[in-house]
Design a protein around this ligand. Structure first.
Ligand code: NAP
Length: 310
């Protein structure tokens, strides 16, 4: 275990920040872990669970930090960057964990002073839970963490950040900003929108009651509800800031949907069978890449009556 940064400042203290703090502590990667969040309640919980010190402002929190991690919703990254900029230590690294990269680069980049390294990033790991109590040390284990270093980024600063992320168990890849946003529109953002839509459709159906939707949800619906339970602020910001890529993928999705709709209408079983055979292979690929379990129904056990709630 080697300390990689002496003082890490986490700005925003929810799921991702608290998971980072637990992991950095478990693997001895940071000297001190300090932080800031908007509400006094979150700050108090963070102080008791995983922060050595918390501060009422982001500006105070970043003083003396050699790593600053922006863990707030994408829509407020720019405002936080403007606030912390005059207080950043020369030679420090600023990274972020935002789910969209181009918008963050545009909002944060102009505020970063000369002599401070800005290395945008995004862990492809998460759950539908949020807040300072939701984090756990193994969230990033065997998950990808994408870095999108900008032109002229200091290789040593990037390598040091990489060591921290790998120390928390993540696999690190580097990618161009625009490509990141397109890849994530396919693998994360559009699937979330589809899940939100289907859960919304079920809510608005008049011919199937809400109690039936809940009772018979094991037919597939409940897996969509997990995704559709994700944090509304985070996901609002994702769609507002990765607009072009999401609209591109949604356009393709709609075209495919119409083709499948037509196959169903025309009774074209061959088309449906061939299509579903191809999609099944993608699931097998995800399992082979170690990104999910092969256990039936994700390895879930059937909860005893009345124990189905978290
Ligand atoms: P979260 O659990 O909802 O936590 C967000 C934190 O940001 C909270 O501590 C909140 O403080 C704080 N915050 C919000 N606005 C703020 C402001 N103006 N000033 C200071 N603090 C502010 O969110 P999360 O899931 O950790 O997500 C954080 C970032 O990670 C987002 O950019 C998201 O896109 C990205 N990300 C999320 C996931 C995921 O699955 N959740 C995965 C990868 C990346 P209060 O508690 O006081 O409101």
């Amino acid at each position: 275990m080697t300390v990689i940064y002496n003082r890490v400042a986490l700005i925003g203290l929810g799921l991702i920040a608290s998971s980072m703090a637990h992991a950095m502590r478990q693997f001895g990667l940071a000297g001190q872990i300090v932080g800031h969040a908007k509400s006094a309640e979150t700050r108090e919980i963070a102080r008791s669970l995983f922060c050595d010190e918390v501060f009422a402002t982001a500006a105070e929190a970043v003083k003396g930090a050699d790593l600053v991690v922006l863990c707030v919703p994408v829509g407020v990254m720019g405002q936080i960057a403007a606030e912390i900029a005059p207080h950043l230590q020369p030679g420090a690294t600023v990274t972020d964990v935002g789910s969209v990269k181009a918008a963050v680069v545009e909002a944060v980049g102009p505020h970063i002073p000369q002599g401070v390294h800005f290395i945008p990033g995004h862990p492809i790991a998460g759950t539908e839970h949020s807040g300072p109590r939701s984090g756990f040390a193994t969230l990033f284990r065997n998950r990808w963490w994408l870095l999108t270093p900008l032109q002229g980024a200091d290789p040593e600063a990037v390598a040091r950040l990489r060591r921290l992320l790998e120390g928390m168990g993540a696999n690190v890849d580097e990618m161009d900003v625009a490509h990141h946003d397109l890849v994530l529109a396919v693998t994360s953002h559009t699937p979330h929108l589809i899940a939100y839509t289907m859960v919304g459709v079920a809510e608005h159906m008049r011919r199937v009651s809400n109690s039936e939707v809940v009772k018979y949800s094991a037919g597939g619906f409940r897996d969509l509800t997990r995704i559709a339970a994700s944090d509304p602020v985070m996901w609002r910001d994702v769609f507002l800031t990765n607009k072009d890529a999401v609209l591109d993928i949604l356009g393709r999705f709609t075209e495919e949907l119409f083709v499948l709709q037509r196959a169903i209408r025309m009774g074209d079983g061959d088309h449906l069978h061939a299509y579903f055979t191809r999609t099944r292979a993608i699931r097998r690929g995800i399992i082979e890449a170690g990104q999910d379990t092969s256990a039936p129904d994700f390895g879930r056990s059937v909860p005893a009556a009345g124990q189905g709630k978290d």
